[in-house]
Every structure is written in C-alpha cells, then in structure tokens.
Design a protein around this ligand. Structure first.
Ligand code: AR6
Length: 170
C-alpha cells in the first residue's frame, strides 16, 4: 500500500500522531526550533530518555541521517523519533543525508508499529537547507520508501513552507 501524504500548516507539537519526528542535533540533548518546542511541550521524560541513549549505545551522539525513538512524554503521540539533518553548505551538501533522515525515521516507525507519522521540514531552519530543495527531497523520499506507515503528515510552520509542499503534493 502506498503511503498517504498530508499537509498541515501549524505547530508539530500540537499534532496527534503515533510518532512525531524531531529535527534534532547529534547531541540529542535539545536545542532551538522544533527540537526546543518538542522538549518544552513534551516535558522532561523525553530528555531523560535521550540522556539514557547517550549513556549507552549513542555515546558519541546520533549521526547525521540516522534516527532513534524515545517516549513522546506529554505530547499527543506515543513516540518521538529524533533524526539529525545535514547542515546546508553552499559549497556542497549531500542530499542523500537529508533523504536518509526521512528513510531512517520511517524505518524506525515501522519497527515501532507506528501508522501515522508527523514530520517537520528537516534542516530548513537553523541548518539552512533551501525550502524548495528540502521539500522535494522530503516528498520524493517518502514516496519512494517501502513502509507500513499509512499517513505521513508534513507539518509546516510557516505559510511559504506550506505552499512549497502543497505544490509538490497536489
Ligand atoms: N512545528 C513545526 N515546524 C517548526 C516548529 C514547530 N513547532 N518550529 C520550527 N519549525 P529547525 P533544523 C520549522 O531549526 O534546520 C535545533 O537547534 C522551521 O520553520 O527546527 O533541522 C536542533 O537542536 C523550519 O522550517 O531544524 C539542531 O541543532 C523547520 O521546522 C538544529 O536546530 C526546521 O527548523 C536543527 O536544525
């Protein structure tokens, strides 16, 4: 079955979904943007699990393009899937690492049995990846990934990001 892609203009921390994806950094210990919002609204349980991950398998942090799950704390979700997008560099950035964030997050979602997954536009904030290109990579990768996830919901924080995704979907 092919995954259904839906779009929402809004704040990802207000979504109801099985899993909410976090645009994290490799420390897994929080930051600004979506990451800050998820930890603030989800509460300290998420950070506590992230610290446990750092104290065990992810002692050196989570690599760019990888994904790992924790509880969703007080969010309206069962899990947060943390992934680390690549930082955009005008001198050359690797789009396969951004694609990997979506693919790996869906792989983790499949392992968990998640059927609805909400994604932000990974790497398009602090990490500066141009929205048009990041949106195309996001949509193409989700469409090309074999997954049992039924709905992938892109949650776009601003109107322009929503429009860019809408043109690709419709
Ligand atoms: N809901 C949905 N989208 C949001 C929200 C929200 N609440 N807040 C921001 N966005 P960013 P990155 C959008 O910077 O570029 C953090 O410090 C935002 O407008 O959150 O992957 C981490 O710890 C943008 O389009 O993530 C890392 O250090 C998109 O989400 C670093 O930033 C991603 O912006 C990761 O940078």
């Amino acid at each position: 079955m092919t995954v259904r892609i839906t779009l929402v203009h809004g704040d990802i921390t207000e979504q109801h979904a099985d899993a909410i994806v976090n645009a994290a950094n490799s420390s897994l210990l929080g930051g600004g943007g979506v990451d800050g919002a998820i930890h603030r609204r989800g509460g300290p349980e998420i950070l506590a699990e992230c610290r446990k991950l750092r104290a065990s398998y992810y002692g050196r942090g989570l690599g760019t393009g990888q994904a790992v799950a924790t509880t969703a704390g007080r969010l309206n979700a069962r899990w947060v899937i943390h992934t680390v997008g690549p930082v955009y560099q005008a001198s050359g950035s690797d789009p396969s690492l951004l694609a990997s964030c979506y693919r790996e997050s869906l792989r983790v979602a499949d392992e968990l049995g998640a059927r609805t997954v909400a994604f932000p536009a990974i790497s398009t904030g602090v990490y500066r990846w141009p929205m048009d290109d990041a949106a195309r990579i996001a949509v193409e990768t989700v469409r090309a990934t074999d997954t049992a996830v039924e709905e992938v919901r892109f949650v776009l924080f601003d109107e322009r990001a929503y429009q860019v995704f809408a043109e690709l979907i419709h």
